[in-house]
Design a protein around this ligand. Structure first.
Ligand code: SF4
Length: 68
């Protein structure tokens, strides 16, 4: 069986979540925290569960865990 490569458009079914919210201690020159602005803040355990449940109910098939 050959390898299968799956790619997803991020929105609306594979949204990006930021584990650090809007916070980032690195401030890379190419980003300076800008990427975090469009990610959903899931910086607490309660937010992670709440957001993932809501996304599942609205048709998300997965999420990208990211953050600063
Ligand atoms: S969010 Fe990521 S890319 Fe942006 S400044 Fe922080 S570590 Fe760098």
């Amino acid at each position: 069986m050959g390898k299968v490569f799956k790619a997803y458009y991020v929105w609306p079914r594979f949204p990006s979540l930021s584990l650090s919210g809007r916070a980032c201690s690195l401030s890379c020159k190419h980003c300076n925290r800008v990427y975090l602005r469009d990610m959903i803040d899931v910086s607490s355990p309660d937010k992670k569960i709440k957001v993932c449940r809501e996304l599942k109910e609205t048709g998300a098939v997965g999420v990208l865990w990211s953050g600063g």
